[in-house]
Ligand binder design. Structure first.
Ligand code: FAD
Ligand code: SF4
Length: 447
């Protein structure tokens, strides 16, 4: 896929990758060996029959390819864009040992985009069972559980606290990686299966726990949206954001269009983003598109960064300055941020995470002049609802304890996605939601 030039794309929020043409998708699909024992299916948490859909693409039969995809995955245009394919399906493609792995994600995106442009077909829905299922949260986990259960004939209602559905797909991942019309079209497909969506419904506040537990089954997909902070001096100054707040303001609340939209966001001329994961890359690239000079501060080396290589490359192309082996120790300013005091770090022995551990270098302190700071150092499970459900077992970090089928400590309550695993990925959230939906379906059928 070809990327738009960096000096052009930093002025807008349009998608960076242009996607494959039909000819390119067919040529890529023709490289597939159609392995008898395909590892790629095992590498996909929702178990798409990858050789089958790729074979249809190679034959130019795009609607059949879309059908095969949607049998297992109702969000293929989203997954084709944001899945970390290099560690999932493509990471185990046998061709990767000899040449390059089949670009499964890019082909999946092509098929899904083509179907969206030409009118999508819906998978079959079973006859109504008369059972009612509540799904809390409309992120990838909630949407996947809802789609699976609606297809099995249950009456599914999704409760979403925000005014838009999609969870991180809507408020976190910026449009230049995941356009919002793509997200909305795939959500519409889930709703077309008969799923009811109640937006602006915060379960635990505007919907009671008693009402929730009155459903025949409950799926909790409330995510891990609680931001972590460094707890260093100066964090309460104006101009300090969590990445979640900053991205939500820009992506979901359209602060980028202020004053036409009524959500303001500070436009820092010099911005420090703290962190080395995908969220940090997104925050840095959003700030860059708002005209800022952006420095990314990360306490370990570039090799240790958890962000995808492609995101690091894109951020660098877009002129983000990488200050690696650097740790912020104080945010400076009176009322508003004026700088960040940092210390340089040296990398020593391997720590419990398997990475070189950073140690401060005495006397290496320096000040970076900035007028905005965005902290992207991790998130933990949303505590509001799960802390209100009596008898729901939670682990030390606040995530709901589940078995391999998403069962919680309460018989008819299941959970999946980031609320169960802690912050992970879209496709892992979907995989766990599918397993939980299968278990809910079996329970409702009395199996
Ligand atoms: P979420 O997507 O967080 O959805 C939870 C939903 O529940 C939200 O809509 C929330 O409003 C709602 N909710 C919470 N509490 C309540 C309540 N009490 N009542 C009603 N509704 C409630 N993963 C990738 O695979 N690739 C990427 O490129 C990628 N980039 C990312 C970029 C950012 C900025 C972030 C933050 C994450 C990224 N991730 C990425 C991670 C991925 O998005 C998450 O792992 C995934 O969204 C988790 O899905 P979920 O459905 O469990 O939770
Ligand atoms: Fe690969 Fe993700 Fe598509 Fe599964 S959903 S085949 S992991 S890109």
């Amino acid at each position: 896929m070809s990327d738009r030039p960096a000096d052009v794309r930093i002025h807008d929020f349009k998608e960076v990758d242009s996607g494959l043409s039909a000819a390119e998708a067919i040529a890529e699909a023709e490289r597939c060996l159609q392995c008898k024992k395909p590892f790629c299916i095992k590498g996909c948490p929702v178990c798409i029959d990858i050789p089958a859909f790729i074979r249809e693409v190679a034959d130019g039969n795009f609607p059949a390819a879309a059908r095969a995809l949607k049998e297992q995955n109702m969000l293929p245009a989203i997954c084709g864009r944001v899945c970390p394919q290099e560690t999932q399906c493509e990471g185990v493609c046998i061709l990767g040992n000899k040449e390059t792995a089949i670009r499964i994600g890019a082909i999946e995106r092509f098929v899904a985009d083509r179907e969206r442009e030409n009118g999508a077909e819906l998978p079959e829905v079973a006859r109504p069972t008369g059972k009612r299922v509540a799904v809390v949260g409309s992120g990838p986990a909630g949407l996947t559980a809802a789609a699976e259960l609606a297809r099995a004939g249950h009456a599914v209602t999704i409760f979403e606290s925000l005014h838009e559905a999609g969870g991180v797909l809507a408020y976190g991942i910026p449009a230049f990686r995941l356009p919002k019309d793509v997200v909305n079209a795939e959500i519409d497909q889930v709703l077309a299966l008969g799923v009811r969506l109640k937006k602006n419904h915060l379960v635990g506040r505007s919907v009671s726990v008693d009402e929730l537990l009155g459903y025949d089954a409950v799926f909790l997909g409330t995510g891990a949206g609680l931001p972590a902070f460094m707890c260093i001096p100066g964090e309460n100054l104006n101009g300090v954001y969590s990445a979640n707040e900053f991205l939500t303001r820009v992506n979901l609340m359209r602060a980028d269009a202020f004053p036409e939209s009524d959500t303001p966001v500070l436009h820092g001329a010099r911005v420090a983003v703290i962190g080395g994961g995908n969220v940090a890359m997104d925050a840095a690239r959003v700030a860059r598109r708002q005209g800022a000079k952006v420095s990314l501060i990360y306490r370990r080396g570039e090799e240790e960064m958890p962000a995808r290589r492609a995101e690091v490359l894109h951020a660098k192309e877009e002129g983000i300055e990488f200050l690696t082996c650097t740790n912020p120790i104080r945010i400076l300013g009176e009322q508003h941020v004026t700088g960040v005091e940092c210390v340089k770090m040296s990398l020593c022995g391997i720590d419990a995470s398997g990475r070189r551990s950073p140690e401060p270098i005495e006397g290496s302190e320096f000040t970076l002049d900035v007028d905005m700071v965005v902290q992207a150092i991790g998130t933990s499970p949303n505590p509001l609802l799960v802390s209100l459900i009596p008898g729901l077992e939670r682990a030390r970090k606040g995530n709901v304890v589940v078995d391999e089928n998403g069962r919680t400590s309460i018989p008819h309550v299941y959970a999946g996605g980031d609320i169960a695993t802690g912050a992970a990925t879209v496709i892992e959230a979907m995989g766990s939601a599918k397993r939980a939906a299968a278990a809910i379906n079996a329970m409702l059928k009395g199996e």
